[in-house]
Design a protein around this ligand. Structure first.
Ligand code: GLU
Length: 397
């Protein structure tokens, strides 16, 4: 009898720590533990009724069959229209769009189609856990580039210059950032775009949190780059419309790359779920209802952010002030010889002793931190933050 041994494709692969943290919290709750789940990066609101009503109609109308791999034309057209309205350069057209099973698939399609063995790709660090793994699955090398604390851990061209080599092929940007909530200003993005353009690097811009921004609009790279020649923008409906389970994302990319990514997707998942595509179309086709739904969620996130920050600041806890997304990134210790991952130790003890689930910073390649999601009911967020403060103070530096 032969046992299973992982193939060389996945020997280094680690499961998603963000998904794992929330799965663990859910399992503990199901087993009766009163766990407060601040791990999941998932809006705690229902999908707006104007979207679900349209999905019911689409289902009754027979939206149950395959679509084109790239997605239904009206959805691609509306995505292209919105991208064109943002874009400083030429019009974006529907043949530059692929609708995917969640934004993750758009990112994976892009990483896999753009980068390969021997290529280095810079990842602003702390950065979302799956960027590193998707690049490694593509046999490229993710290079974790750290920003300075006084810059909210955001990157500047000098950070990129220090980390670049002759093998650098591109970088990932994510503003608002998961896990820090930092938002890059127009000027900051402009500097990075110019720096990358001089070196012919690709930029993969993950804009999934762009609608969740507290101090004015988070700029899209589409509104900054003069051309989409070496730019891939990915976005989706999960966070802005509370549609995580519908699994609809998309990529906006040059046509040649779009054709390659569609070929790749034709062998993996084919089209994203047909019904979900119709739901996403409904979300994007009704700007007034959409703006209302998003504004009410963002207002609630902002109130939670403000109250949580007030508590953390009063207790002198080191935290990045999030200007977008729905995470608090909190520093919980210094790495030492005895404990290289204080964030992991803290998260474990917090769950064991205080029934609060968070994601250890090691998932984002910064082991001295934890990520606390405030996409959870307000009373859970506030109680969870109180327990974090209590633990931080009683466990010491
Ligand atoms: N992106 C969310 C998070 O960071 C959802 C889980 C995942 O896909 O990583 O928590």
């Amino acid at each position: 009898m032969t046992g299973y041994a992982p193939s060389t494709n996945i020997t280094e692969l680690r499961e998603s720590a963000t998904i794992a943290a929330s799965a663990r919290a859910k399992a503990l709750r199901a087993a009766g533990r009163p766990v407060i789940d601040l791990g999941a990066g998932e809006p705690d609101f229902p999908t707006p009724a104007f979207v679900t009503a349209e999905a019911h109609r689409a289902l009754d109308g027979g939206a149950t069959r395959y679509t084109q791999v790239e997605g239904i034309l009206p959805l691609r057209e509306i995505i292209a229209e919105r991208a064109s309205a943002l874009h400083a350069g030429e019009r974006v057209t529907s043949d530059q769009i692929i609708v995917t099973a969640g934004t993750k698939q758009a990112l994976f399609n892009a990483c896999f189609s753009l980068f390969g063995s021997g290529d280095e790709v810079m990842v602003p660090t702390p950065g979302w856990t799956s960027y590193y793994e998707m690049l490694a699955l593509s046999r490229a090398t993710p290079i974790a580039v750290r920003g300075a604390p006084e810059c909210q851990l955001k990157l500047t061209p000098s950070d990129l210059a220090r980390a670049s080599t002759s093998r650098t092929r591109g970088l990932i940007l994510n503003s608002p950032c998961n896990p820090t909530g930092a938002v890059y200003s127009r000027d900051e993005l402009r500097d990075i775009v110019a720096f990358a353009a001089e070196r012919d690097w690709w930029i993969l811009s993950d804009e999934i949190y762009r609608a969740i921004s507290y101090d004015g609009e988070a700029p899209s790279l589409l509104s900054i780059a003069s051309s989409t020649d070496r730019l891939v923008v990915v976005d989706g409906v999960a966070k802005s419309f509370a549609m995580t389970g519908w699994r609809i994302g998309w990529s906006i990319a040059p046509r040649t790359l779009t054709r390659s990514m569609a070929a790749l997707q034709s062998h993996t998942t084919s089209n994203a779920a047909t019904l979900s595509q119709h739901a996403a179309l409904a979300a994007l086709s009704n700007p007034t209802a959409a703006a209302e739904a998003t504004a009410s969620m963002v207002g609630e996130f902002k109130r939670r952010r403000d109250s949580a920050l007030e508590l953390l600041r009063a207790a002198s806890i080191e935290v990045i002030e999030p200007q977008g997304a729905f995470y608090l990134y909190i520093r919980v210790g210094d790495a030492t010889h005895d404990d290289a991952e204080p964030g992991t130790t803290f998260a474990r003890r917090l769950l064991e002793q205080h029934d609060v689930a968070v994601v250890p910073g090691v998932a984002f390649r910064s082991p001295e931190w934890i990520r606390v999601s405030y996409a959870a009911p307000t009373e859970h967020v506030m109680e969870g933050v109180r327990r974090i403060i209590q633990a931080r103070i009683s466990w010491g530096p």
